[in-house]
Design a protein around this ligand. Structure first.
Ligand code: SAM
Length: 230
């Protein structure tokens, strides 16, 4: 039921400017930020104006939720361009878009090797039962794909209110040779504070956790250069 035929066969076959980012036509730019399971799009909408020259793509498996995000972006683009005569930049929200896609199956169809600088997994579905763990968005097989699409130095951000899922994501990322754990303080010193703030608070699920006074566990990882074996 993944409508395989609807997927691009390779990232090179996507016309990003025509299909997603018309204001960037002629730049040759491709998405650098990817929000996997973006839900209602809170992270993307928050980050878009902070990094106006960076293209960002959300991936969401639910058709209606994807449509909602698409409509939200369309509306923001329209209002922002009206405001552009005064203060806002004419490219506000032109750098953000969304696709309906099963990220567990088709991520490499959208992103080419080393193209992403930030990859987000915010409050992913926990799949509590052991027999369902293979459905989790972080797994050894998928980590190889994430490492492939990420450029060395890029950051994977994960956050969840489910302690068991946090431990699971952290242990798998820790065990994977192409990722190394990086703490929040280090990232803030590197200027990633606004991204971290958005990771904590900008998404609909994150806000829900706050309302319920739940805890949030963050774990971030840097994509490292492949080490040469001696
Ligand atoms: N990241 C958002 C937030 O923090 O508000 C949404 C969190 S919600 C708990 C998890 C989202 O991941 C849902 O919208 C779900 O439809 C989506 N999702 C689950 N599996 C997915 C997959 N394989 N590919 C893309 N999206 C997926």
């Amino acid at each position: 039921s993944d409508h395989t035929l609807d997927y691009p066969s390779a990232p090179e076959h996507i016309d990003w400017a025509a299909d997603h980012f018309p204001a960037f036509s002629g730049t040759g730019k491709t998405p650098e930020f990817a929000d996997v399971g973006c839900g209602f799009g809170g992270l993307l909408i928050t980050l878009a104006p902070l990094f106006p020259d960076t293209l960002m793509l959300g991936m969401e498996i639910r058709v209606q939720v994807t449509q909602y995000v698409q409509d939200r972006i369309t509306a923001l683009r329209a209002t922002s361009s009206v405001a552009s005569t005064s203060t806002l930049t004419p490219t506000a929200y032109q750098n953000v878009s969304v696709v309906r896609a099963n990220a567990m199956k088709f991520l490499p169809n959208y992103f080419s090797k080393h193209s992403l600088s930030s990859l987000f997994f915010l409050f992913p579905d926990p799949h509590f039962k052991s027999r369902k763990h293979k459905a989790r968005i972080i797994s050894p097989t998928l980590l190889a794909e994430y490492a492939y699409v990420m450029r060395p130095g890029g950051i994977v951000y994960t956050i969840t209110d489910v302690r068991d899922l946090h431990d699971w994501m952290r242990s798998h990322l820790d065990a994977f040779p192409l990722f190394e754990s990086v703490d929040e303080e280090t990232l803030r010193l590197e200027g990633k504070g606004p991204i971290l703030d958005a990771v904590y608070t900008s998404t609909e699920e994150g806000k829900k956790v706050e309302r319920n006074k739940g805890e949030k566990w963050l774990a971030c990882f840097r994509r490292i250069e492949a080490t040469r074996r001696n």
